[in-house]
Design a protein around this ligand. Structure first.
Ligand code: UTP
Length: 241
């Protein structure tokens, strides 16, 4: 099974904690040892936001701010590479072709952002399509897709399952609200819809959640299931492995 995992910066490196990065790397290695082809896309998290905020005060334009964000995602990617064993491509992949080549060679490929005007959510979705992944997993700081922001709205309801079209409908209004943070942004949702990509959004604070989802089909997040997929996740995962 070929899997792309998107690991939010706020999940991998909310602060500099070697143990946390090692725990994520261990899960990536376990998936690879279980026979999965793996590529991971790493976000920038709070550190990227801090740099971007400071640079904005200094007068940087939006493209320059995005470039700073991309640099931070790549530094986080380097941390994950540092924690991974010999199966990893030691380069941070700079584009989808680099990542695709590494995956086809049998290496684990790690990338951060690639170009201004988007986030690593979209990079992960495009990479999943490019490498013809079977599954895309978003390990985020939220434990799934909700109908409203659960950090500010009591009573926000989590979806256990969505069609890709429904995901687009759910995140579109969230993406229009300034400062609102959908667990997967609108561009990523549209790429998932276009590709018909089987996707899971889950709480990545404990990387074991990623392992259970990919190897056993068990998680407490949201399954985004394309309309032509008939099996439930656990049955599907068993058949794919
Ligand atoms: P993230 O993907 O971490 O952004 O990239 P985010 O969604 O704001 O972070 P989380 O999910 O809350 O942790 C950090 C920043 O890097 C730039 C953007 O400015 C983004 O906000 N970036 C990232 C790009 O411009 N292009 C990319 O391909 C990736």
């Amino acid at each position: 099974m070929r899997v792309v995992v998107s690991i939010g910066g706020s999940v991998l490196a909310p602060n500099l904690d070697a143990r946390r990065v090692e725990d994520h790397a261990a899960v990536v290695e376990t998936l690879a040892e279980a026979g999965c082809d793996i590529a991971a896309v790493v976000g920038g998290g709070g550190v990227a936001r801090d740099y971007i905020g400071t640079a904005r005060e200094l007068g940087a334009n939006e493209v320059q701010l995005d470039q700073i964000g991309i640099d931070v995602t790549r530094i986080n990617a380097r941390l994950l590479i540092a924690a991974l064993g010999p199966r990893v491509d030691p380069k941070v992949a700079r584009d989808y072709e680099d990542a695709g080549d590494a995956v086809r060679r049998g290496d684990v490929s790690i990338m951060g952002g690639i170009m201004p005007g988007q986030t690593t959510d979209a990079v992960a979705a495009a990479l999943a399509e490019y490498v013809d992944a079977d599954l895309l997993v978003y390990a985020t700081s939220v434990d799934g897709v909700y109908d409203a922001d659960p950090s500010s709205q009591d009573g926000a309801q989590k979806y256990t399952q969505l069609l890709p079209t429904e995901l687009v409908d759910v995140v579109a209004p969230m993406s229009r609200d300034a400062g609102a943070s959908a667990p997967v942004d609108l561009l990523a949702a549209k790429l998932i819809q276009r590709a018909g990509m089987r996707t899971i959004v889950l709480d990545g604070a404990d990387p074991q959640h990623i392992k259970s989802a990919v190897l056993d089909g068990e998680h407490n997040g949201t399954d985004i299931i394309p309309p032509d997929a008939t099996d439930d996740l656990a049955t599907w995962v068993r058949a794919e492995r």
